[in-house]
Design a protein around this ligand. Structure first.
Ligand SMILES: Nc1nc2c(ncn2[C@@H]2O[C@H](COP(=O)(O)OP(=O)(O)OP(=O)(O)O)[C@@H](O)[C@H]2O)c(=O)[nH]1
Ligand SMILES: [Mg+2]
Length: 296
């Protein structure tokens, strides 16, 4: 993060921290992938991350799409180093200090490219069911590939980040993330191929959202939003749901009785929560399929 001379709160007043920033900036080796972070470098990062000017700078830049997992990893940077020899292949197992935890693993950004298919088995009403989950990438460059999987879809799971209400799109910094999410939902929900397909809308990153909304008012996204509710998670969630419902109801009237829209508040990094969300999604999916086939 570059120091911003024009705003005093972004300045690094601490000499030690300033010296460390300079030394890191000069160390080109740390900007490559698969780099080994040594204890010395990790300690430098920790010292810099805890500096007031850097924290203020981060709060400012996070609106422009700093990855949501950044604080998670930087808050424990002093644990994320490998204490070993110069080359990767020379490191002995006992010298490897950092082994990713399950939580670390879940927080790694793993951008989907193309179309990735998974098979999930799930027990519903004492019977084993097999589901095919087709994962597509959310980035703009990926969306043109979606059309290839639009046929023969049992249910659409649309995941949006509640936490992004103060962020701008990664694809277009002039567009707010929420506006982009509403717009993409409109395009998918109004596609005639889905006129009788149920949608599950996952309002995700509820953990990060609930923390952020305490300090960052929702009026940053919509200045006309009720001022008395601007830091109220429930009020904001109601607003978000209402926006999606309005888009849903804008679709042709004759589609309404053929399909339904379900909301779930989710935290993808909470495994037990996701297991029960997916299980209840599967139950609804099967019941709805049976209803449509007039079995129930
Ligand atoms: N704290 C928290 N982090 C989350 C949650 N859901 C996803 N993340 C993190 O958000 C980042 C993005 O996750 P991805 O799985 O790459 O996101 P994606 O939506 O599939 O992105 P594309 O593949 O580009 O479409 C990762 O670092 C995840 O760990 C959540 O509910 N809470
Ligand atoms: Mg993905």
């Amino acid at each position: 993060m570059r120091e911003r001379g024009s705003n005093k709160s972004f300045q690094i007043n601490d000499d030690e921290c300033r010296r460390l920033v300079d030394s890191i900036a000069k160390d080109n080796s740390i900007f490559f992938h698969n780099v080994i972070i040594r204890k010395e470098t990790a300690t430098k990062f920790e010292r810099i991350w805890n500096c007031k000017g850097i924290q203020n700078t981060f709060e400012h830049f996070r609106k422009q799409h700093v990855m949501d997992n950044t604080p998670y990893f930087l808050n424990q940077i002093s644990q994320l180093y490998i204490n070993g020899d110069d080359q990767c292949n020379k490191i002995k197992r006992e010298d490897m200090r950092y082994v990713p935890s399950w939580d670390d693993y879940l927080r790694v950004r793993d951008q989907t490219t193309g179309v990735v298919t998974y098979t999930i088995t799930s027990k519903v009403q004492n019977r084993n069911w097999m589901f095919r989950l087709i994962d597509v990438g959310g980035q703009k460059s990926e969306r043109k590939k979606w059309v290839n999987v639009f046929h023969d879809v049992g249910v659409v799971v649309y995941v949006m980040s509640l936490n992004a209400y103060d962020q701008m799109s990664n694809d277009d910094p002039r567009v707010k993330c929420f506006d982009e999410a509403f717009d993409v939902f409109r395009q998918v929900a109004s596609n005639p191929v889905f006129q009788s397909t149920d949608f599950f809308l996952f309002l995700n990153k509820i953990d990060l959202f609930e923390e952020k909304i305490k300090d960052v008012p929702f009026t940053l996204f919509d200045s006309s939003f009720d001022d008395s509710l601007k830091n109220d998670p429930t009020g904001v969630i109601q607003y978000v749901k209402a926006r999606y419902k309005a888009i849903w109801n804008d679709c042709p009237e004759e589609w309404q009785e053929k399909r339904a829209l379900f909301f779930h508040l989710t935290c993808s990094v909470n495994t037990s929560m996701m297991q029960s969300t997916i299980a209840s999604t599967n139950v609804v999916l099967i019941k709805r399929k049976m209803q449509k086939a007039s079995i129930l």
